[in-house]
Ligand binder design. Structure first.
Ligand SMILES: Cc1cc2nc3c(=O)[nH]c(=O)nc-3n(C[C@H](O)[C@H](O)[C@H](O)COP(=O)(O)O)c2cc1C
Length: 340
């Protein structure tokens, strides 16, 4: 398939108005992205935590399953915040009892706390996807024109009208607007009022000429229809796919979702950046996290041990406010349930 040159041309290649929200950290898989693309939606790969080599392998794994368009998602690079030795000591002290309980070595920061965005983008461009999406900010100078020159359509993430307007000025092809109900990290970079998804969709559609991808709390065909009626070009769903057969969601995470017992909370405990997920022992115990990406690197051994040992309370159980409506089924069935 030749690369579409404009968003309307691209969107005409989709059979259903659905985007699989990018989900980094193991929940999103090549099988899930490919299944959504094969079903006529836009599958996305959350590649932010992958090394350049892993990005190439993951993209190849999607290509092996589908020749339909898909998106690759990264985090826009931020200057690394400085952290004091005292702050590191305080953050480590909060995690130490959890490490001790699992006989893990005491918490320490690894030498590398995040991937190099330039190298990640280079890997994406080595086999360009139809769509590149990003969150947490604006792209560095030159990245957008490089992506466009490679025939890639570019989608930014906004949690407010002001952010959407800045992304429009930068020349993105579409914008994901993330309402406050969304699972996972807050995707913006300015003040975040946790706006309602439909309200923000309406406002951004009016204030910019960009196609809007509505995200946050869209769990049923009725929700998707409402988003389209509010002016969205497409609806993005993450939480609705957490229990998909093709998702990489660990069993303990699936059980916590299916029990429906935990409320969702906004927390910085796991990564240092505000994200919505199910309440855990860790969300209640961490009061002085380091800023992102330091805290993310610091909690990685604990999260890995949690996944291995089936301890849901150590995992970052990202989930949106609508999580109790998530269905355990194939991605194709979930898409059928979401299609208006
Ligand atoms: C497990 C999980 C991981 C996520 N990872 C990413 C990510 O890597 N990049 C990104 O832009 N958004 C990420 N998000 C946010 C989603 O893109 C999207 O905004 C959200 O899922 C939409 O709301 P919903 O969860 O209510 O469907 C993630 C969400 C979840 C649930």
């Amino acid at each position: 398939m030749n690369a579409p040159r404009s968003w309307p041309e691209f969107q005409a290649t989709l059979r259903v108005p659905l985007v699989l929200a990018p989900m980094a950290g193991g929940v999103g898989t090549p099988a899930l992205a490919a299944a959504v693309s094969e079903g006529g939606g836009l599958g996305s790969l959350g590649a932010a935590y992958l090394t350049p080599t892993q990005i190439r392998e993951t993209v190849a794994a999607v290509r092996a399953r589908t020749d339909r368009p898909f998106a690759v998602n990264l985090f826009a690079p931020q200057p690394l915040p400085s952290v004091t030795p005292q702050a590191i000591a305080a953050a480590c002290a909060e995690l130490a009892p959890f490490h001790a309980a699992l006989d893990l070595p005491a918490p320490t920061l690894p030498p590398q706390v995040h991937e190099d965005f330039g190298a990640q983008l280079h890997a994406v461009l080595s086999d360009p996807p139809a769509v590149f999406s990003f969150a947490f900010g604006r792209l560095p100078p030159g990245a957008l024109s490089t992506l466009h020159a490679a025939g890639v359509l570019v989608v930014g993430t906004a949690t407010s009208v002001a952010e959407a307007q800045l992304l429009a000025q930068d020349g993105v092809d579409a914008v994901t607007v993330q309402g406050g109900a969304a699972g996972g990290h807050r995707g913006g970079w300015q003040e975040d009022a946790l706006a309602g998804t439909l309200t923000l969709t309406r406002q951004v559609a009016q204030a910019t000429r960009l196609p809007v991808i509505a995200a946050g709390g869209l769990m049923t065909a009725g929700d998707v229809r409402a988003a389209l009626q509010a002016g969205a070009a497409l609806a993005a769903c993450g939480t609705a796919f957490l229990l998909a057969d093709e998702a990489g969601t660990p069993d303990a995470y699936r059980r916590a979702l299916q029990s429906g017992e935990r409320p969702t909370v906004l927390t910085r405990a796991y990564s240092g950046r505000t994200a919505r997920g199910l309440r855990t022992t860790l969300t209640g115990s961490v009061h002085s996290p380091l800023p992102f990406p330091w805290q993310n690197a610091l909690t990685r051994p604990l999260r890995a041990a949690g996944a291995q040992g089936g301890h849901a309370d150590l995992l970052s159980l990202w989930a949106g406010e609508g999580y109790r409506q998530a269905q355990a089924a194939s991605a194709a069935q979930i898409m059928a349930n979401l299609t208006p």
